[in-house]
Design a protein around this ligand. Sequence first.
Ligand code: AVJ
Ligand code: FE
Length: 401
Amino acid sequence: MRFPLYPSEAVAPRDRADALQALASHHGRARALAETLTEAQLRRQYHPELSPVGWHLGHCALMEHHWVEERVGEAAPDSALHALYFPELSPKDERATRLPARDALMAWTTGVHERTLSRFADPPGWLNAHPLMADDYLLHFLEQHFAQHHETLLYCLTAITASEPASAPGPDGDGTPYSAPTGPDAIHLAPGRYRVGADHVRAYDNERPSHTVQLEGAWLARRPVTNAQWLAFMAAGGYGDDTCWSNEGAAWRERNRVTYPWNWHPLEGGRFISSGPLGYEPLQPDAPVSGISHYEAEAFARWAGARLPHEFEWEAADRQGLLTDTGRVWEWCSNPLAPYPGFRPFPYDGYSMPWFDGEHPVLRGGCRFTHPGIKRSSFRNFFQRHVRHQQAGLRLAWDTP
Ligand code: AVJ
Ligand code: FE
């Protein structure tokens, strides 16, 4: 399977022309990705948390059709399409069986892509004058939405790789013993007041409004925890050491017999390789560990005599340019997603509100599958504690004495 990751020249869109170009490139890359798959691969659900690739393509096209033609324009809502591609209306276990045949799906999504691009390239009066188009908001929203699902498509490809036998041998870590970062490996976040959040046109509702928070101060590791450090945790019996695990985390670990990260695959001799969207890859000892749940991240931090950072500690440090190794892996934070003071749901209640339930810890930073247009200091990702497919790792933090 061959598929290009993001082109190295991709940047965060700033204006209408940038966003249009980015959206067109998401469309083209999604179609190219679909072409690398067989019809069976396009339709199959490979992982309980990950809908089929074909469903994501239909969902992204429906979001464009729905917001441009049905919400701003005057097209009648298409209830058959809604039942297929709106997450709230299409039960997860039926997505694979209800998906249209590949040719019909690709013809329909391609048609939607073309119409969306022409609408935004030369917006008719009814579109241009709509409040959702202030500062081209709707274009930026749909572009970022597609970028995020594109990242999920790369997780889907990783799950497809993981369903195939691990063939290519790769070197594992050297088991270098872990030692707590001190001095130049950790940065000091001084106590004080810090600005967090964002109000610009690309900020999601959960990033708004920007506001000031009081922080006690902390030490933060300059870099995320590496694969070599994770191997040291495993070698030290960290997965079986209940003093490091929450009760809920230990129960999850036992139920699922978890003894190593999701995208790792054991070879003979106790070595591992990792699965990626392009196939199996050697495990790089110095690369950030990924494929771990919030439970595992917490256990590692406790084992290391540290804790996870609060999302505001992460953001305050990142805004000051103190974190030198960001955007390689999503970093689990200690706190769950919650609305900022003055939060207003936008552009629909369902975007963030359902996830303010205390069950979705925040992740910060972004991984190697995240488009640059999503990687900003204020961006808040969120998943339930047990979810492991989203290339998440951790960065250690310590209270200041
Ligand atoms: C925030 C990444 C969990 O993929 O379900 C996509 C983002 N919201 N479409 C997801 C999202 C609506 C969301 N995550
Ligand atoms: Fe979506």
